[in-house]
Design a protein around this ligand. Sequence first.
Ligand code: CNA
Length: 280
Amino acid sequence: MASVPLNKSCNTEYKSTAAIKYIATCIQSGNIHNIITLCGAGISTAAGIPDFRTPSTGLYAHIKCLYPGMRKPELLFDIRHFKRDPTRFYRIIKQLFSQSDYKPTKTHKFIKLLADHGLLLRDYTQNIDGLQEMLDMSKELVVNSHGSFSTAHCIKCGSNFSIVEVKACIQRECVPRCTLCQGAVKPDITFYGEQLPPRFYEMSKLDFPKCDLLIVLGTSISVLPFDTLLSLVPLAVPCLFINLEKCSTFNIEGNSTHRMFLGTTDTGCQALADELGWGQ
Ligand code: CNA
């Protein structure tokens, strides 16, 4: 029989379907009890929140338009830059929170399903949008690895401030100032040049030796030290990477337990939920 050469997109689709089937089979084997999810901005783009690096729609592209002379858009999220001039950060962050009614995506709901089935050990997210917490999941199950936008403090005297006031200032495009010392007030998200929350280090030390399946969702896995979490997972542990594009940090070549689904995280999670019989 003559073999029909698969074209590239056919081949990718075939591999993606096979990836979902393989991971579903692992879960259905009954040997998986401690799934860890590693999430990035890609799981929230379907909710309308831009990521950093997508060339046309990401925040970095927007920063380059706003500030054409700026060589490194990530500087806006660098603590030294923020201390010198918080104005630019507040101007750009308005894009991230341009609406007030963002809703969790199918991917957030799939992570909750894992929890409901007693399979989720922990969700490590780089996101600061709080969409996962909206789904009434135990706070213990989520590690907000880059902090969260739910609290804020003055970078000069450390006083705490209401995030509601900070968000109101963001909408007016002005810098929220401390009522005591006039220092800039910063949401408690982790900037480049800052330590990650202690909980990230404490929990990852305990969790990763127990992990028996890893699902990486919507991230370019390019931010340190978050990307080092990948290396904490033993090679024999099955891993699924769902992303719109390939990423050099996640290599499936030569690894029999690593799989990749190229597409949106919502499509990938829906396919996995369907395969597991949790479709609705
Ligand atoms: P990134 O570097 O912008 O990467 C996002 C990745 O997701 C890219 O590889 C995209 O191709 C991919 N992607 C985009 N949309 C989808 C989709 N629908 N389905 C599948 N893949 C998709 O962002 P990372 O998360 O890797 O980088 C970490 C930064 C981004 C953290 O410090 C975050 O705080 C920061 N961030 C967070 C948010 C948020 O909280 N929603 C938004 C923007 C940036």
